[in-house]
Design a protein around this ligand. Structure first.
Ligand code: GAP
Length: 444
């Protein structure tokens, strides 16, 4: 993980938040390459969930919601972690992460000091809205985007004439006051979620649950990640969230071990029943095609972390490859083998020399490609070094402009993964890149 963290900072993927003040734990900033990567992951997910499904629509609901929302959802009461402090060194732990022998002896795993009793700690960030700081002005930063979907589900049925089964997708920030925020951007206090809630008729929920498990697995296959680094984990009774009847996590083999990437949950009619109860509004669906039958739909949820997916994509793409045998640092290259549709830069244009009109020619080629691809231009240093810089940024294609380009209009197209080079007319570049992106299969 250290190598990934350091590459992420060096190349402008992720920076520590407020670094000049010593850093803010649990929060991270996404640099020029990071925001491009994040946008592409989000775009891929959004396309998968909305454009490719006739029965799913999108939503962007507010982060600040009526505080009753979180009473209804059960988060005020149940969204807690068990917290333990060391009386001696003041270290703070989540009880479930303390080794069993330390817990039994109530001894701090760090200094051996005596530990406090376990107490419940609510993970929701609480603040006040308006000028008065009293209990009437309490408001929460949402800990999941899902509730914004539930409170809008009737609006969407009415405005968009949706019929069950149908889904609502949303991407957005969520906030949790996590006790432990280690492993880079894996678990943070401010993060983004990719959530989709699928509303189904009670009784068909188990079938839809299995269907969404299949679809989400297929999505990662399509994304081109290492499938032997993914596995399912079914929640045992002690792991199930207060709203869930059944839940499976898709786990990824991160450098620190197997960890949750996404959850697929059967949330039953829990949330809509509770909103009916707390708001007094009727949340029943009226099935106009089924004799006006009324029921509270069951909900199948797919919930992934966007920032956590970005970490997964970085870990999955990271590779070190021996490319020469000269006995120095240049023998190795660091390469991020992103799928070309996720790579922050799709194509870099490099003039062999700055002089003799090659730079101008290269800039013109870049200009032509800009409309359709994320491009970069680099004229600094030896060409080999420039290729390495692009490899490290995960750029799948480099176009080199040389003296022959001036003569016959051809350029060199270099492939990141194989480092192979082909010579093609510059007019064919855009079509060739589109074809390569579509046909891409990771082979190493
Ligand atoms: N709406 C259901 C829900 O929020 P969750 O399992 O608590 O379920 C879903 O969270 C996903 O959100 C997780 O699989 C993970 O990818 C991401 N996530 C949760 N907490 C996170 C945190 N503190 N930092 C980064 N990502 C987090």
């Amino acid at each position: 993980m250290e190598k990934i963290t350091s590459l992420a900072k060096r190349r402008g993927f992720v920076f520590q938040s407020s670094e000049i003040y010593g850093g803010q734990g649990g929060a991270w900033d996404y640099g020029p390459l990071g925001i491009e990567l994040k946008n592409r992951i989000e775009g891929t997910w959004w396309k998968e969930m909305t454009q490719l499904h006739d029965d799913i629509v999108g939503l962007d609901s507010a982060i600040l919601m009526h505080p009753r929302t979180w009473e209804a959802s059960g988060h005020v009461e149940n969204f807690t972690d068990p917290l333990v402090d060391c009386k001696k060194c003041k270290a703070r732990f989540r009880e479930d992460l303390i080794p069993a022998e330390n817990l039994a002896a109530r001894k701090c795993p760090e200094c051996g000091g005596e530990m406090t009793d376990t107490r419940k700690f609510n993970l929701m960030f609480k603040t006040h809205i308006g000028a008065a700081e009293d209990s009437a002005s309490i408001i929460y930063l949402r800990p999941e985007t899902a509730q914004g979907i539930y409170v809008n589900y009737k609006n969407i049925i009415q405005s968009n004439r949706m019929k069950i089964p149908f889904g609502i997708a949303q991407v957005g920030k969520a906030f949790r006051n996590e006790i432990v925020t280690k492993n880079f951007i894996f678990r943070t206090c401010e993060f983004e979620q990719l959530e989709m809630q699928f509303f189904v008729k009670p009784g068909s929920d188990e079938e839809w649950f299995n269907e969404w498990r299949k679809r989400r697995w297929a999505y990662y296959e399509k994304m081109g990640v290492k499938m032997d680094h993914l596995r399912w984990h079914q929640h045992g009774p002690d792991e199930l969230a207060h709203y869930a009847k059944d839940a499976y996590d898709i786990q990824y083999l991160f450098p620190m071990g197997w960890r949750e990437l996404e959850g697929v949950h059967n949330r039953t009619d829990f949330d809509l029943n509770r909103h009916t109860q707390y708001s007094g509004k009727d949340m029943q669906y009226i099935d106009q095609d089924g004799g006006n039958e009324r029921y509270i739909p069951y909900i199948i949820e797919t919930s992934a972390g966007l920032t956590r997916t970005l970490l997964m994509v970085l870990c999955d793409a990271y590779d070190e490859e021996k490319v020469a045998d000269k006995g120095n640092d240049d023998d190795w290259r660091t390469v991020l083998r992103f799928h070309p549709s996720l790579a922050p830069i799709t194509v870099a244009v490099l003039p062999l020399m700055k002089k003799d009109g090659l730079a101008e020619l290269a800039k013109d080629i870049r200009q032509d490609l800009k409309e359709d691809f994320a491009t970069d231009y680099d004229q600094g240093g030896a060409i080999g070094r420039r290729y390495r810089r692009q490899d490290e940024a995960g750029t799948p294609f480099c176009v080199t402009v040389d003296y022959q380009t001036k003569e016959d209009g051809t350029v060199t197209l270099r492939f990141r993964d194989s480092m192979e080079q082909v010579r093609i007319p510059k007019e064919e570049l855009a079509a060739r890149l589109r074809q390569e992106i579509k046909a891409y299969k990771r082979e190493c």
